[in-house]
Ligand binder design. Structure first.
Ligand code: GLN
Length: 485
């Protein structure tokens, strides 16, 4: 591993500010390492040449007051990037070149960052293993046989393999936190409404949020303060006072109350996960915080509720891909035939499954029985959290019910694939912030994550608790660069 690519984002930023490293040196290092790492299949589109040119331009007239001065960053291919192909991991958008930029990526470029490339993901962010991508699966740098998690699998893989110093993903039901957990990295799903959804390819609009993925909590806080902004172009963006999260990071969490929900002890959960959770409780106590047992009684209904609400919204959002307005079009005998062929050839099987479920639960005969019921249960899940937050400041759970699984292991069993998100989906349904931090390894040496769930818009507190725990945990990622040999 070259020295430059092993540095954290905050270190890189400091070195640029002190003129110890130039943007070009940093960009070259990440480009070279990315070029030698094709085997991971983390990139869908590279922007290496442009990035090197931009880095040269930056160095000619560097603005060292910016928060990401000349720092190259690769992002999930769900963020629209002006004039750079954006596919959402789908054949449907294989030739889509957006004429506009997403707000969260624009926020990064405004602070001096440079687009390094677009990272692989599950098709339209539907998946938990990055195996539904039209551009092929991604490998986990921890072990070549493992999935990196999904849907932000390319982002997690690229980050853990040091192909990008930091990255952003999106999380509709766990797609930032689950891959972070599988790759020994940090991933934050912000409160719904914190980060603008403008220019992000929509999956399920009432659940989707963009968020940072990083090597450590400090970098996560820095990127979050940059991407989180009020945006009039997104009607669900919330105008609240945002902190300078990295400046206000504080490890002193003495006296904080952390809830342990009994319903997260699911049947068949491996001992390793239970042990990790117990260790998490000890870390929290070591930090001087208090543990409180809580109940979130409707937890069991979160996954079935999610798999009604998310496909319903997806079926509606994906109606726009009809061969007329965007991307792929198949030839047909007439208009209807063209629509049908375009959608059956352009979408992969997981996306088609979601569209069918979504259309079914929204159809007039079943709307009340499924969609409306699911919305009511969603409210109950949200009320559980409201009740719990009368007693605690944050909640600690495992991030996932297992460590990373093998490529191909769950592709023929959608239900077992969906079960991956059992600990993460309630957070999206309730619109809350959640962070996964690496907290240990299983018997095979694969990383495991712990999740902290916060009150709405209380990211600072969540980051502080994660920051304090990170120090106690002292996690080290064991990555051998096997893919470069
Ligand atoms: N794995 C979940 C799904 O397939 C969540 C995906 C996501 O968060 N984008 O729906």
């Amino acid at each position: 591993m070259t020295e430059i690519t092993s540095l954290s984002l905050s270190n890189l930023v400091n070195k640029v500010k002190k003129k110890e490293l130039s943007s070009l040196e940093i960009t070259k290092a990440f480009v070279e390492r990315s070029e030698k790492s094709k085997k991971l299949n983390a990139y869908i589109t590279d922007n290496f040449e442009n990035a090197l040119n931009k880095a040269k331009q930056f160095d000619e007239d560097p603005n060292l007051d910016l928060k990401l001065p000349g720092i190259p960053i690769a992002v999930k291919d769900l963020f629209c990037t002006k004039d750079v192909k954006t596919t959402a991991g789908s054949k449907m958008l294989n030739s889509f070149i957006p004429p506009y930029e997403s707000t969260v990526t624009q926020n990064m470029w405004n602070e001096g960052a440079i687009l390094l490339g677009k990272l692989n993901c599950d098709e339209f962010a539907m998946g938990s293993s990055n195996e539904t991508s039209y551009f092929g699966n991604v490998q986990n740098p921890i072990d070549e046989n493992l999935v990196p998690g999904g849907s932000s699998g390319g982002s997690a893989s690229a980050l853990a393999a040091r192909l990008t110093p930091i990255t952003i993903g999106t999380d509709t039901g766990g797609s930032i936190r689950q891959p972070a957990s599988f790759t020994g990295t940090v991933g934050l799903k912000p409160t719904y409404g914190s980060c603008s959804r403008y220019g992000i390819v929509a999956f399920a609009s009432s659940l989707d949020q963009a968020g940072p993925m990083s090597q450590n909590v400090e970098d996560c806080a820095l990127l979050h303060e940059i991407i989180s902004s009020y945006d009039s172009k997104d009607s669900t963006s919330v105008d609240f006072k945002r902190n300078e999260y990295s400046k206000e990071l504080n490890k002193d969490i003495k006296g904080k109350k952390i809830g342990i929900p009994k319903e997260y002890r699911v049947d068949g959960m491996p001992d390793e996960i239970e042990d990790l959770w117990k260790k998490g409780v000890e870390y929290i106590k070591d930090c001087g915080a208090e543990i409180i047992d809580i109940s979130l009684p409707h937890t069991n209904y979160a996954l079935p509720t999610y798999y009604i609400v998310a496909p319903a919204e997806a079926s509606s959002n994906l109606a726009r891909y009809d061969g007329v307005k965007y991307g792929f079009r198949a030839e047909g005998k007439n208009l209807i035939d063209m629509y049908e062929k375009t959608r059956s050839e352009g979408f992969g099987s997981e996306v088609q499954r979601r569209i069918m479920i979504g259309t079914y639960v929204l159809s007039s005969g079943y709307y009340d029985a499924y969609y409306l019921k699911a919305q009511k249960v969603r409210n109950l899940i949200k009320s559980d959290f409201d009740e719990a937050y009368k007693k605690v400041d944050a909640i600690l759970t495992p991030s996932t019910p297992s460590s990373a699984f093998k490529i191909g292991e769950k592709t023929n069993d959608p239900i077992s694939m969906y079960l991956n998100d059992i600990f993460t989906v309630p957070v999206n349904l309730a619109g809350l912030p959640g962070i996964s931090i690496p907290a240990g390894h299983d018997k095979k040496g694969y990383p495991l994550g712990l999740q902290l769930i916060g009150k709405p818009f209380d990211e600072q507190n969540l980051l502080n608790i994660a920051y304090a725990m990170e120090e106690k945990i002292g996690f080290e990622n064991k990555i051998s660069d096997w893919w470069m040999k």
